[in-house]
Ligand binder design. Sequence first.
Ligand code: F6P
Length: 357
Amino acid sequence: MRRIGILTSGGDCQALNAAMRGVVKSMATSGEQMEVFGFLNGYRGLIYGDYRMLDGNDFSGILTRGGTILGSSRTPFKTIREPDENGLDKVEAMKHNYYKLNLDCLVILGGNGTHKTANLLREEGLNIVTLPKTIDNDLWGTDMTFGFQSAVDIATNVIDSIHTTADSHGRVFIIEIMGHKVGFLTLNAGMASGADIILIPEIPYDIDKVVEAINKRKERGSKFTIIAVAEGAISKKDAKLSKKEYKKKLENLVHPSVSYEVAADIQKKTGQEVRVTVPGHMQRGGSPCAYDRVFASRLGAEAGKLILKGEYGFMVGYKDREIVKVPLQDVAGKLKRLDPDAAIIKEAKMLGISFGD
Ligand code: F6P
């Protein structure tokens, strides 16, 4: 009999349920007897001993369901060592609950922040296996995270819809895409929907180059321009600021986000009407796409295999088309970013897409 704890932490995404189902179903199929403790709302459930027992019925019919049956929350790593408002030591509390329930291991589904805490728990002696989730695809050690492809599909559909109205009105349209500090989502959705200009954090933009690209389109007779802007996009000027100076600028932003700043600059420089669309959390919502259902199920099944073998301290990731196990200490604290010299960027440029550089 194995006693397994499971939790989903950080911003949610599609296919979290599919991944958990993969872990439990694969282990059950192998004939393993187990008790599954589902901690509610991320690390909070583990800290405060808030869990419910899960059985086969809980994992039935959830392959296609978005969100997470366990709920999620953000428990920032930078304050994990600080006591809570009642003086509780959060790390000690997590260890206490793990040992009190006599768990064999903890399966943790999460992104960057989640992995830092997962690695800390590993260092503290707990048996941990993790799975890589996030629409941002910014997790080090895996070429792909689940949730990403579903979000690409949603963002692509948004830009597709904007295309027709942009055409009717001859406007410049900016669509702000999530992705935190990286541009994977914006690049892929932008390319999939035929965006004319793509601005991503990894390639700081020059607003005059953006305007140049818009004007070139006008000269060629195109009435409208579609610009996919990553929420973390940054101008060349701002990229020269120190981290502290840039943080201060963001705190005192005149505009709600970088897209509105780009829009105001374009309007001023071209006189063209500019509109901004922010699909926001829609990109994390709804049912996982087919790719993510398969991908998350595969990762879940491989995580189940690791647990059966008693191999702990790993994230189950995907490298060079193979499912791999990556030591947690290698994953924690590192950000995966797009390489500005990557082939896909060169190919996008060959297609005439401007990155404003
Ligand atoms: O990490 C996923 C993500 O959706 C990012 O793309 C975005 O910057 C952030 O989470 C939004 O966080 P929240 O849901 O806390 O507003």
